[in-house]
Ligand binder design. Sequence first.
Ligand code: HEC
Ligand code: HEC
Length: 319
Amino acid sequence: MAANKKKPDQVTDTGHEWDGIRELNNPCPRWWLNALYLSGLLVVVYFVLYPSLPLVNGSTKGLLGWTQIKEYKEDLAKVEARRGPFEKKLAMMTAEEILADQEMLNYAIGSSKVLFGDNCAACHGMGGTPVEGAGYPVLADDDWLFGGTINEIMMSIANGRAGMMPAHADLLNSEEVDQLVQFVIDSSKGVKNEAGLALYNTKGCVACHGADAKGVKAMGSANFTDKIWRFSGDEEQIRHTILHGVNAANDPATRIAVMPQWSEKLAIMIEARQYAIEEDEDPNEIDWDDELDGDEAERLTETEIKKLAVYVHQFGGGQ
Ligand code: HEC
Ligand code: HEC
């Protein structure tokens, strides 16, 4: 190339020729050869500095003592050093305090995405919107079965939830079922249905769904008066719920809707704190040795659940 100014007829060839094209015997360009020698040298340098030769147990260590796992641990330590102060502060705060502190709120939300993806999204979907018809409640709307305050959400996560609705296949005749289906549909549209309401009251629906049919938080019963459906607004689906119930023990066709428990320990602690507040006692004075056996199941830590509650609250439906 640039270093090779000779014309083709001044150069020896290799003796190969195809259709008049001769293969010349030019030396390789200098820059190219230098690069080749340099890369050979680099191999030797790397060989000496880094782990290289595989041995029966492990490999040669290299002069630098570098390992991939060490590098990973150093990076991790850096991340934890950055997170450490936040995590410590978070552990001391109540969920309500986190909601009121923009910096901590940002941190809690940012660090909950993976937590939610790993533990919750399989049922509730990324962002709290599950696949339609899968039977899991939407967490991103403001319709709550068990309540949408931060503490209610925290309790839902800590203790798990399971709404119970009895199967009514043996309790109602088909005409009554039709009327109740219609009543539920009418309620969601704000249409008055006196005959349906009378049945609703006499057949016991009122005990769980409430006098105003808006649902009762303590039971996690569905609200009929909005357009947000727990399962479906489809007539056949409503009929199915009424006939076979939800988590009804003796009906194989019942809907199953169980939210797993993530920390028995935290659930007991929340209840004990609430009780103390109701009794005008100081929740900081609770003797936890009395309340807890020490063998309570904990799939997530208190701080993780606090973060998740804040995260869910921020989906848009928190109250
Ligand atoms: C195995 C599926 C499943 C997983 C995993 C799951 N949930 Fe649930 N969750 C449910 C079901 C089902 C319900 C509704 C229970 C009912 O119908 O009574 C529910 C209810 C809830 C509620 C109450 C909603 C309301 O309207 O009051 C919250 C809050 C919640 N889940 C948050 C979470 C969080 C946070 C996680 C992850 C730590 C999680 N869930 C993991 C199935 C699941
Ligand atoms: C023991 C309490 C209880 C009684 C009695 C009861 N329900 Fe329910 N019902 C529930 C609960 C709890 C849910 C929500 C279940 C869940 O999400 O896990 C529910 C859900 C429903 C739904 C689903 C609504 C939706 O948005 O998809 C319908 C429809 C319904 N009930 C109708 C009725 C009717 C009609 C009656 C009376 C014949 C009745 N229920 C009696 C507790 C009850």
